[in-house]
Design a protein around this ligand. Structure first.
Ligand SMILES: Nc1ncnc2c1ncn2[C@@H]1O[C@H](COP(=O)(O)OP(=O)(O)OP(=O)(O)O)[C@@H](O)[C@H]1O
Ligand code: SF4
Ligand SMILES: [Mg+2]
Length: 398
Protein backbone atom coordinates (compact mmCIF):
# COMPACT_ATOMS: atom_id res chain seq x y z
CA UNK A 1 0.00 0.00 0.00
CA UNK A 2 1.23 3.48 -0.83
CA UNK A 3 2.53 5.63 2.00
CA UNK A 4 0.87 8.63 0.40
CA UNK A 5 -1.91 8.59 -2.13
CA UNK A 6 -3.10 11.90 -3.60
CA UNK A 7 -6.16 11.59 -5.80
CA UNK A 8 -7.89 14.23 -7.91
CA UNK A 9 -6.55 17.05 -5.78
CA UNK A 10 -8.16 20.29 -6.87
CA UNK A 11 -7.48 23.41 -4.85
CA UNK A 12 -8.68 26.95 -5.36
CA UNK A 13 -7.96 30.16 -3.48
CA UNK A 14 -10.43 32.93 -2.79
CA UNK A 15 -8.71 36.21 -3.57
CA UNK A 16 -9.77 39.85 -3.96
CA UNK A 17 -9.59 39.34 -7.72
CA UNK A 18 -11.78 36.25 -7.60
CA UNK A 19 -11.38 32.53 -7.13
CA UNK A 20 -8.25 31.10 -8.74
CA UNK A 21 -7.40 27.50 -9.44
CA UNK A 22 -3.91 26.67 -8.17
CA UNK A 23 -4.07 22.87 -8.48
CA UNK A 24 -6.40 20.85 -10.69
CA UNK A 25 -7.06 17.12 -10.64
CA UNK A 26 -3.60 16.10 -9.46
CA UNK A 27 -2.97 12.46 -8.58
CA UNK A 28 0.19 10.66 -7.51
CA UNK A 29 1.46 8.07 -5.05
CA UNK A 30 4.60 7.73 -2.96
CA UNK A 31 5.70 4.42 -1.49
CA UNK A 32 8.05 3.90 1.47
CA UNK A 33 11.66 4.23 0.36
CA UNK A 34 10.66 6.01 -2.85
CA UNK A 35 11.45 9.53 -4.03
CA UNK A 36 8.94 11.30 -6.26
CA UNK A 37 10.32 14.41 -7.91
CA UNK A 38 7.86 17.24 -8.58
CA UNK A 39 9.09 19.65 -11.20
CA UNK A 40 7.66 22.65 -13.02
CA UNK A 41 8.08 26.37 -13.53
CA UNK A 42 7.43 28.97 -10.88
CA UNK A 43 3.71 29.21 -10.18
CA UNK A 44 2.88 25.72 -11.42
CA UNK A 45 1.45 24.70 -8.03
CA UNK A 46 4.25 22.61 -6.54
CA UNK A 47 4.34 24.23 -3.09
CA UNK A 48 0.57 24.45 -2.81
CA UNK A 49 0.35 20.71 -3.58
CA UNK A 50 3.03 19.97 -0.99
CA UNK A 51 1.38 22.08 1.70
CA UNK A 52 -1.95 20.33 1.08
CA UNK A 53 -0.41 17.10 2.37
CA UNK A 54 -0.03 18.74 5.81
CA UNK A 55 -3.07 20.98 5.39
CA UNK A 56 -0.82 23.99 5.67
CA UNK A 57 -2.49 26.15 3.04
CA UNK A 58 -4.11 29.31 4.45
CA UNK A 59 -7.80 29.72 5.20
CA UNK A 60 -8.65 31.07 1.75
CA UNK A 61 -7.92 27.62 0.30
CA UNK A 62 -10.95 25.71 -0.98
CA UNK A 63 -10.50 21.97 -1.62
CA UNK A 64 -12.79 20.37 -4.17
CA UNK A 65 -14.91 17.65 -2.48
CA UNK A 66 -13.57 15.04 -4.93
CA UNK A 67 -10.01 15.64 -3.67
CA UNK A 68 -8.47 12.98 -1.48
CA UNK A 69 -5.14 12.68 0.34
CA UNK A 70 -4.60 9.36 2.12
CA UNK A 71 -1.60 8.79 4.34
CA UNK A 72 -0.85 5.28 5.59
CA UNK A 73 1.18 5.26 8.81
CA UNK A 74 1.74 2.00 10.69
CA UNK A 75 -1.18 0.38 8.87
CA UNK A 76 -3.44 3.24 9.86
CA UNK A 77 -5.05 5.07 6.96
CA UNK A 78 -5.51 8.80 7.51
CA UNK A 79 -7.82 10.91 5.40
CA UNK A 80 -5.78 14.12 5.62
CA UNK A 81 -8.32 16.51 4.15
CA UNK A 82 -10.96 15.47 6.67
CA UNK A 83 -8.69 16.40 9.60
CA UNK A 84 -9.80 19.47 11.44
CA UNK A 85 -7.46 22.05 12.90
CA UNK A 86 -5.65 21.41 16.16
CA UNK A 87 -5.26 18.06 17.85
CA UNK A 88 -6.31 15.97 14.80
CA UNK A 89 -3.65 17.50 12.66
CA UNK A 90 -0.91 16.43 15.03
CA UNK A 91 -1.02 13.07 13.30
CA UNK A 92 0.48 14.67 10.19
CA UNK A 93 2.39 17.46 11.86
CA UNK A 94 3.73 15.46 14.77
CA UNK A 95 6.94 14.18 13.26
CA UNK A 96 5.68 11.38 10.98
CA UNK A 97 5.56 13.88 8.13
CA UNK A 98 8.23 16.57 7.92
CA UNK A 99 8.52 19.44 5.54
CA UNK A 100 11.57 21.37 4.43
CA UNK A 101 10.18 24.72 3.41
CA UNK A 102 11.26 26.79 0.46
CA UNK A 103 11.84 29.75 2.78
CA UNK A 104 13.87 28.56 5.79
CA UNK A 105 13.68 31.95 7.52
CA UNK A 106 9.91 31.58 7.72
CA UNK A 107 10.28 28.20 9.42
CA UNK A 108 12.47 29.23 12.34
CA UNK A 109 11.12 31.37 15.16
CA UNK A 110 13.44 34.41 15.18
CA UNK A 111 13.75 34.72 18.96
CA UNK A 112 14.51 31.05 19.73
CA UNK A 113 17.85 29.41 19.01
CA UNK A 114 18.09 26.77 16.28
CA UNK A 115 19.01 24.18 18.90
CA UNK A 116 16.11 24.97 21.21
CA UNK A 117 13.69 24.54 18.31
CA UNK A 118 15.22 21.25 17.28
CA UNK A 119 15.21 19.94 20.84
CA UNK A 120 11.63 21.05 21.46
CA UNK A 121 10.21 19.05 18.55
CA UNK A 122 12.16 15.93 19.50
CA UNK A 123 11.02 16.14 23.14
CA UNK A 124 7.43 16.82 22.08
CA UNK A 125 7.05 14.36 19.22
CA UNK A 126 9.63 11.70 19.94
CA UNK A 127 9.52 11.62 23.73
CA UNK A 128 13.28 12.16 24.08
CA UNK A 129 14.92 13.72 27.08
CA UNK A 130 16.52 17.12 26.49
CA UNK A 131 19.96 15.56 26.69
CA UNK A 132 19.10 12.88 24.08
CA UNK A 133 17.46 15.48 21.85
CA UNK A 134 20.53 17.72 22.06
CA UNK A 135 22.83 14.87 21.02
CA UNK A 136 20.59 13.88 18.09
CA UNK A 137 20.22 17.51 16.95
CA UNK A 138 23.95 18.27 16.98
CA UNK A 139 24.67 15.00 15.18
CA UNK A 140 22.11 15.86 12.51
CA UNK A 141 23.56 19.38 12.08
CA UNK A 142 26.94 17.73 11.50
CA UNK A 143 25.47 15.27 8.99
CA UNK A 144 24.13 18.08 6.80
CA UNK A 145 27.62 19.57 6.64
CA UNK A 146 27.39 22.33 9.26
CA UNK A 147 30.83 22.81 10.78
CA UNK A 148 31.14 23.71 14.43
CA UNK A 149 27.68 22.28 14.95
CA UNK A 150 27.62 22.79 18.74
CA UNK A 151 28.16 26.51 18.23
CA UNK A 152 25.51 26.78 15.50
CA UNK A 153 23.12 24.84 17.71
CA UNK A 154 23.18 27.76 20.14
CA UNK A 155 22.68 30.45 17.49
CA UNK A 156 19.59 32.16 16.11
CA UNK A 157 18.43 31.71 12.51
CA UNK A 158 19.35 35.30 11.58
CA UNK A 159 22.95 34.65 12.63
CA UNK A 160 23.39 31.96 9.97
CA UNK A 161 24.03 32.48 6.28
CA UNK A 162 21.22 31.56 3.86
CA UNK A 163 22.85 28.27 2.87
CA UNK A 164 23.53 27.32 6.48
CA UNK A 165 19.97 28.16 7.49
CA UNK A 166 18.72 25.88 4.73
CA UNK A 167 20.93 23.06 6.00
CA UNK A 168 19.73 23.64 9.57
CA UNK A 169 16.16 23.43 8.27
CA UNK A 170 16.99 20.14 6.56
CA UNK A 171 18.59 18.82 9.77
CA UNK A 172 15.52 19.79 11.78
CA UNK A 173 13.16 18.08 9.31
CA UNK A 174 15.21 14.89 9.21
CA UNK A 175 15.88 14.64 12.94
CA UNK A 176 12.42 13.26 13.71
CA UNK A 177 13.10 10.48 11.19
CA UNK A 178 9.83 11.11 9.37
CA UNK A 179 8.02 8.44 7.41
CA UNK A 180 7.31 11.01 4.72
CA UNK A 181 9.56 13.94 3.96
CA UNK A 182 8.30 16.82 1.85
CA UNK A 183 11.29 18.73 0.57
CA UNK A 184 10.33 21.99 -1.18
CA UNK A 185 13.37 23.21 -3.13
CA UNK A 186 15.67 21.89 -0.39
CA UNK A 187 18.91 22.41 -2.27
CA UNK A 188 18.24 25.48 -4.41
CA UNK A 189 19.98 27.89 -2.03
CA UNK A 190 23.03 25.68 -1.60
CA UNK A 191 26.29 25.70 -3.51
CA UNK A 192 26.95 22.60 -5.58
CA UNK A 193 29.31 20.95 -3.08
CA UNK A 194 26.92 21.24 -0.19
CA UNK A 195 24.05 20.33 -2.52
CA UNK A 196 25.82 17.07 -3.35
CA UNK A 197 26.41 16.40 0.37
CA UNK A 198 22.77 17.01 1.20
CA UNK A 199 21.59 14.79 -1.65
CA UNK A 200 23.93 12.03 -0.46
CA UNK A 201 22.64 12.45 3.07
CA UNK A 202 19.08 12.16 1.88
CA UNK A 203 19.89 9.01 -0.06
CA UNK A 204 21.53 7.48 3.04
CA UNK A 205 18.53 8.33 5.16
CA UNK A 206 16.07 6.93 2.65
CA UNK A 207 17.99 3.66 2.74
CA UNK A 208 18.27 3.76 6.54
CA UNK A 209 14.71 4.74 7.41
CA UNK A 210 12.79 3.70 4.29
CA UNK A 211 11.05 7.04 4.21
CA UNK A 212 9.16 8.31 1.21
CA UNK A 213 10.12 11.71 -0.17
CA UNK A 214 8.31 14.29 -2.24
CA UNK A 215 11.21 16.24 -3.71
CA UNK A 216 10.28 19.56 -5.28
CA UNK A 217 12.74 21.39 -7.48
CA UNK A 218 13.16 23.41 -10.66
CA UNK A 219 16.34 21.49 -11.36
CA UNK A 220 15.92 18.44 -13.57
CA UNK A 221 19.57 17.54 -12.92
CA UNK A 222 18.84 17.20 -9.19
CA UNK A 223 15.72 15.17 -10.02
CA UNK A 224 17.81 12.84 -12.20
CA UNK A 225 20.19 12.24 -9.27
CA UNK A 226 17.61 11.87 -6.53
CA UNK A 227 14.21 10.71 -7.68
CA UNK A 228 12.85 7.33 -8.71
CA UNK A 229 9.82 8.80 -10.44
CA UNK A 230 8.96 12.29 -11.56
CA UNK A 231 5.74 14.26 -12.01
CA UNK A 232 5.87 17.34 -14.25
CA UNK A 233 3.47 20.15 -13.32
CA UNK A 234 2.22 23.01 -15.43
CA UNK A 235 -0.33 25.59 -14.28
CA UNK A 236 -1.71 23.37 -11.55
CA UNK A 237 -1.84 20.16 -13.58
CA UNK A 238 0.44 17.15 -13.76
CA UNK A 239 1.09 16.76 -17.48
CA UNK A 240 3.45 13.78 -17.42
CA UNK A 241 4.47 11.26 -14.79
CA UNK A 242 6.71 8.22 -14.89
CA UNK A 243 10.11 6.79 -14.09
CA UNK A 244 12.91 9.36 -14.03
CA UNK A 245 14.80 7.45 -16.70
CA UNK A 246 11.79 7.19 -18.96
CA UNK A 247 10.61 10.78 -18.60
CA UNK A 248 14.00 12.49 -18.76
CA UNK A 249 15.47 10.33 -21.48
CA UNK A 250 12.31 10.16 -23.57
CA UNK A 251 9.99 13.01 -22.61
CA UNK A 252 6.60 12.68 -24.23
CA UNK A 253 4.73 15.86 -23.35
CA UNK A 254 5.69 19.06 -25.19
CA UNK A 255 6.11 20.89 -21.87
CA UNK A 256 8.50 18.27 -20.48
CA UNK A 257 10.45 18.48 -23.69
CA UNK A 258 10.55 22.24 -23.36
CA UNK A 259 11.91 22.05 -19.81
CA UNK A 260 14.65 19.69 -20.95
CA UNK A 261 15.51 21.85 -23.96
CA UNK A 262 15.93 24.81 -21.61
CA UNK A 263 18.75 23.13 -19.70
CA UNK A 264 22.28 24.35 -20.42
CA UNK A 265 24.59 21.90 -22.17
CA UNK A 266 27.79 21.48 -20.25
CA UNK A 267 29.46 19.92 -23.31
CA UNK A 268 28.62 22.92 -25.51
CA UNK A 269 28.69 26.15 -23.56
CA UNK A 270 28.02 28.20 -26.69
CA UNK A 271 24.80 26.38 -27.50
CA UNK A 272 21.85 28.77 -27.19
CA UNK A 273 19.36 28.04 -24.42
CA UNK A 274 15.85 27.45 -25.67
CA UNK A 275 13.48 28.24 -22.84
CA UNK A 276 9.79 27.42 -23.16
CA UNK A 277 8.45 30.42 -25.07
CA UNK A 278 6.26 32.90 -23.21
CA UNK A 279 5.29 33.06 -19.56
CA UNK A 280 3.10 30.86 -17.46
CA UNK A 281 -0.37 32.51 -17.46
CA UNK A 282 -1.98 33.82 -14.29
CA UNK A 283 -4.09 31.16 -12.58
CA UNK A 284 -6.89 33.76 -12.68
CA UNK A 285 -6.79 33.53 -16.47
CA UNK A 286 -6.31 29.83 -17.08
CA UNK A 287 -6.45 29.00 -20.78
CA UNK A 288 -9.38 26.90 -21.96
CA UNK A 289 -8.85 23.36 -23.30
CA UNK A 290 -5.26 22.29 -22.76
CA UNK A 291 -3.80 24.80 -20.28
CA UNK A 292 -0.47 24.61 -22.13
CA UNK A 293 -1.93 25.56 -25.51
CA UNK A 294 -0.88 29.23 -25.31
CA UNK A 295 2.79 28.15 -25.27
CA UNK A 296 2.80 24.78 -26.95
CA UNK A 297 4.98 24.67 -30.07
CA UNK A 298 2.77 21.98 -31.59
CA UNK A 299 -0.61 23.37 -30.56
CA UNK A 300 -3.56 22.52 -32.82
CA UNK A 301 -6.96 24.26 -33.04
CA UNK A 302 -8.60 21.40 -31.11
CA UNK A 303 -6.29 22.05 -28.17
CA UNK A 304 -8.10 25.32 -27.44
CA UNK A 305 -11.26 23.62 -26.32
CA UNK A 306 -10.45 19.96 -25.68
CA UNK A 307 -9.28 19.19 -22.17
CA UNK A 308 -6.62 16.46 -22.33
CA UNK A 309 -6.78 13.56 -19.88
CA UNK A 310 -4.00 11.65 -18.15
CA UNK A 311 -3.58 8.40 -20.02
CA UNK A 312 -1.57 5.38 -18.92
CA UNK A 313 0.80 3.60 -21.20
CA UNK A 314 2.70 0.36 -21.14
CA UNK A 315 5.36 -1.14 -18.96
CA UNK A 316 6.99 2.12 -17.93
CA UNK A 317 3.82 3.04 -16.03
CA UNK A 318 4.03 6.40 -17.74
CA UNK A 319 1.03 8.69 -17.70
CA UNK A 320 0.82 11.65 -20.05
CA UNK A 321 -1.77 14.37 -20.49
CA UNK A 322 -3.16 13.74 -23.95
CA UNK A 323 -6.19 14.38 -26.09
CA UNK A 324 -7.86 11.15 -27.14
CA UNK A 325 -8.02 7.72 -25.59
CA UNK A 326 -8.06 5.11 -28.34
CA UNK A 327 -4.44 5.53 -29.24
CA UNK A 328 -2.98 2.37 -27.84
CA UNK A 329 -4.73 0.61 -30.65
CA UNK A 330 -3.56 3.17 -33.16
CA UNK A 331 -7.15 3.88 -34.13
CA UNK A 332 -7.02 7.63 -33.78
CA UNK A 333 -7.26 10.00 -36.66
CA UNK A 334 -3.57 10.68 -36.32
CA UNK A 335 -3.31 9.25 -39.80
CA UNK A 336 -3.44 12.92 -40.67
CA UNK A 337 0.16 13.02 -39.51
CA UNK A 338 1.72 12.54 -42.88
CA UNK A 339 5.40 11.78 -42.57
CA UNK A 340 5.17 10.82 -38.88
CA UNK A 341 7.11 7.62 -38.38
CA UNK A 342 5.70 5.08 -35.95
CA UNK A 343 7.05 5.76 -32.50
CA UNK A 344 7.84 9.37 -33.16
CA UNK A 345 7.12 11.76 -30.31
CA UNK A 346 6.59 15.33 -31.35
CA UNK A 347 8.85 14.89 -34.31
CA UNK A 348 11.43 12.99 -32.32
CA UNK A 349 12.45 9.46 -33.09
CA UNK A 350 11.94 7.82 -29.74
CA UNK A 351 14.86 5.53 -30.44
CA UNK A 352 17.01 8.53 -29.60
CA UNK A 353 17.08 9.91 -26.14
CA UNK A 354 17.73 13.32 -24.70
CA UNK A 355 21.18 12.34 -23.55
CA UNK A 356 20.43 13.32 -19.98
CA UNK A 357 21.66 10.44 -17.92
CA UNK A 358 20.32 9.19 -14.68
CA UNK A 359 22.98 6.66 -13.86
CA UNK A 360 26.73 6.25 -13.74
CA UNK A 361 26.85 6.30 -17.53
CA UNK A 362 25.10 9.64 -17.58
CA UNK A 363 25.72 11.87 -20.55
CA UNK A 364 25.88 15.56 -19.91
CA UNK A 365 23.66 17.95 -21.77
CA UNK A 366 20.92 17.26 -24.22
CA UNK A 367 21.50 14.83 -27.01
CA UNK A 368 20.42 14.78 -30.58
CA UNK A 369 16.88 14.42 -31.75
CA UNK A 370 15.42 16.84 -29.23
CA UNK A 371 14.00 19.42 -31.55
CA UNK A 372 10.80 19.33 -33.48
CA UNK A 373 11.73 18.04 -36.88
CA UNK A 374 10.61 20.10 -39.87
CA UNK A 375 8.14 18.73 -42.36
CA UNK A 376 6.06 16.80 -39.86
CA UNK A 377 2.37 17.46 -39.73
CA UNK A 378 1.62 17.81 -36.04
CA UNK A 379 -2.12 17.66 -36.41
CA UNK A 380 -3.54 16.39 -33.13
CA UNK A 381 0.00 16.25 -31.80
CA UNK A 382 -0.97 14.83 -28.46
CA UNK A 383 -2.73 11.99 -30.23
CA UNK A 384 0.64 11.20 -31.70
CA UNK A 385 2.23 11.53 -28.29
CA UNK A 386 -0.14 9.03 -26.77
CA UNK A 387 0.55 6.41 -29.37
CA UNK A 388 4.26 7.08 -29.38
CA UNK A 389 4.51 6.73 -25.62
CA UNK A 390 2.68 3.49 -25.87
CA UNK A 391 5.20 2.28 -28.42
CA UNK A 392 8.23 3.78 -26.69
CA UNK A 393 7.24 2.13 -23.44
CA UNK A 394 7.68 -1.23 -25.10
CA UNK A 395 11.30 -0.36 -25.83
CA UNK A 396 13.60 -1.09 -22.93
CA UNK A 397 14.89 2.18 -21.52
CA UNK A 398 18.61 1.89 -20.93
N1 LIG B 1 -2.58 31.79 -0.34
C1 LIG B 1 -2.70 31.99 -1.64
N2 LIG B 1 -3.68 32.79 -2.12
C2 LIG B 1 -3.84 32.99 -3.45
N3 LIG B 1 -3.06 32.42 -4.38
C3 LIG B 1 -2.08 31.61 -3.97
C4 LIG B 1 -1.84 31.37 -2.58
N4 LIG B 1 -0.78 30.52 -2.48
C5 LIG B 1 -0.38 30.25 -3.74
N5 LIG B 1 -1.16 30.90 -4.63
C6 LIG B 1 -1.03 30.87 -6.09
O1 LIG B 1 -1.07 29.50 -6.50
C7 LIG B 1 -0.20 29.31 -7.61
C8 LIG B 1 0.75 28.18 -7.32
O2 LIG B 1 1.66 28.62 -6.31
P1 LIG B 1 2.85 27.73 -5.76
O3 LIG B 1 3.47 28.51 -4.66
O4 LIG B 1 2.37 26.37 -5.46
O5 LIG B 1 3.83 27.68 -7.03
P2 LIG B 1 5.21 26.90 -7.15
O6 LIG B 1 5.07 25.92 -8.25
O7 LIG B 1 5.61 26.37 -5.82
O8 LIG B 1 6.18 28.07 -7.61
P3 LIG B 1 7.71 28.40 -7.18
O9 LIG B 1 8.55 27.52 -8.04
O10 LIG B 1 7.87 29.85 -7.49
O11 LIG B 1 7.86 28.11 -5.73
C9 LIG B 1 0.51 30.64 -7.86
O12 LIG B 1 -0.12 31.30 -8.91
C10 LIG B 1 0.33 31.38 -6.57
O13 LIG B 1 0.28 32.77 -6.77
S1 SF4 C 1 -0.47 19.44 -28.54
FE1 SF4 C 1 -2.30 20.38 -27.71
S2 SF4 C 1 -3.01 19.03 -26.03
FE2 SF4 C 1 -0.84 18.53 -26.50
S3 SF4 C 1 0.36 19.82 -25.09
FE3 SF4 C 1 0.19 20.94 -27.02
S4 SF4 C 1 -1.59 22.27 -26.71
FE4 SF4 C 1 -1.70 20.66 -25.16
MG1 LIG D 1 7.13 26.79 -4.50
Amino acid sequence: MALLSVNNLTLQFDTDEGRLTAVEDVSFEIHAGEVLGLVGESGSGKSVTAKSIMKLNPDNAVYDPASSIQLTLDDQSIDVLSLKKGRDLRVVRGGAVSMIFQEPMASFAPAITIGAQMVEQLVLHKGMTEREATTVSIEMLERVGISDASKRFAQYAFELSGGMRQRAMIAMALSTRPKLLIADEPTTALDVTIQAQVIDLMKDLIAEFQMGILFITHDLGVIAQTADRVAVMYLGKVVEQGSVRGVIKRPAHPYTRGLINALPRIDDLDAPLTPVAGDIPSPLERPSGCVFHTRCPVMQPACRDTVPAMTSHGVEARTVSVIGSDLDTGNSDSGKNAGQKPGQVMGQDTGQDTGIGTGPDADQGIGEGDTTAPGIDHTAACFVTARAVSQASKVEVS
